[in-house]
Design a protein around this ligand. Structure first.
Ligand SMILES: [Zn+2]
Length: 339
């Protein structure tokens, strides 16, 4: 579990009080990290030892917190493991063949949803913070098989962490037999060995801001949404700094008689910071809630997992479907890593 210092849970109150309209957009080209992660299927030559045979859950991706990083926390992690930074919804492959011996489908506690794999070579692996599992308890799985989709679940929320998958490994027994803290460094058991020495331990950054906009949105035009005074971008990366995260935008609106649309746009910048290309994500529509009394607010929620590399910025835009729509309040929440 990524407890004690991995991050604090995000509040879910805002989510619950809004009409839930969620657009998870695995965007085009440069916006999306997961699409760029290739899958290599290795020939399943099993060896006597696990060392050097296991598959990483999502291929070669950034490690946001190493096993040693978990151990070095204060207090130390209760279940040291390797955190692979991937956007939510990334396929997770079984490290090796075995049987699913434990499965949790609720977001509660520090683990969130998880799967446990008892491997044929006598070891035990847990995959934490899942969005969903695709294999039932008791299933036999083979090396490289899709077993789950990554998430950020924990502490009763889908976004208890920044998005990642945590992998813990115990050698020769279960965590109950060996102790949850007596895991070993999974990276030492993957095919090809560790990518690099255990890294420092960046933890996801949580950011939340609320801006009182109180602007009438022109009908039929895409209008950029400010998220603070004179600030419009939700996330940005540069030629040297990449950003992996999850951003959610919440709007409180008035005078909605028909509805409005929301979208996120990725803009590529040149070296002097001027936009040279833009990639709008598909919009989604928030209709008026007709059951509401006249003049009561309509809420819109939009969220997006993302990976930005190169000089890129993300913006949110709104298009009013009737005249007179007022955006009263804009709240932006995100969990992200810079790498
Ligand atoms: Zn972790």
């Amino acid at each position: 579990m990524c407890d004690a210092g991995d991050s604090e849970p995000s509040s879910t109150e805002a989510t619950q009080s809004f009409v839930s309209r969620r657009g998870v957009l695995l965007g085009t080209g440069f916006v999306l990290g997961a699409a760029a992660v290739g899958w290599e299927f290795f020939s399943p030559t099993l060896r006597a030892s696990a060392e050097g045979t296991y598959l990483r859950p999502c291929g070669i991706v950034p490690i946001s917190s190493s096993w040693m990083g978990h151990k070095n926390r204060n207090p130390p992690s209760g279940e040291p493991g390797t955190d692979y930074a991937v956007v939510r919804g990334t396929p997770i492959r079984a490290a090796t063949s075995g049987v699913i011996v434990d499965r949790k489908d609720s977001t509660t506690t520090a683990t969130g949803r998880y799967l446990a794999l008892r491997t044929d070579d006598g070891n035990y692996i847990r995959y934490l913070h899942l969005q969903s599992s695709t294999v039932p308890l008791g299933a036999r799985v083979s090396r490289g098989q899709l077993i789950a989709y990554s998430g950020a679940s924990g502490f009763g929320s889908e976004t208890g962490y920044g998005p990642h998958v945590h992998v813990s490994l115990w050698i020769g027994g279960t965590p109950l037999q060996l102790g949850f803290t007596n895991s070993v460094d999974f990276e030492n058991y993957v095919e090809g060995g560790p990518i690099k020495p255990p890294s420092e331990d960046p933890v996801p950054i949580h950011q939340s801001s609320t801006y009182q906009w109180n602007a009438v949105v022109p009908r039929g035009l895409w209008t950029r949404i400010p998220v603070a005074a004179d600030l419009y971008w939700l996330a940005h990366s540069s030629a040297t700094v990449k950003e992996t995260g999850d951003v959610a935008i919440y709007l409180t609106t008035a005078k909605v008689t028909k509805g409005f649309q929301l979208r996120i746009v990725a803009e590529t910048l040149n070296s002097s910071g001027a936009p040279i290309a833009s990639a709008p994500q598909p919009p989604f529509e928030v209709p008026v809630t007709r059951a509401e009394a006249p003049n009561s607010p309509t809420y819109g929620q939009y969220s997006l997992p993302y990976f930005l590399s190169g000089p890129v910025r993300l913006f949110a835009e709104i298009r009013a479907l009737n005249t007179g729509i007022i955006v009263q309040e804009v709240t932006v929440k995100k969990n992200y890593w810079l790498s």
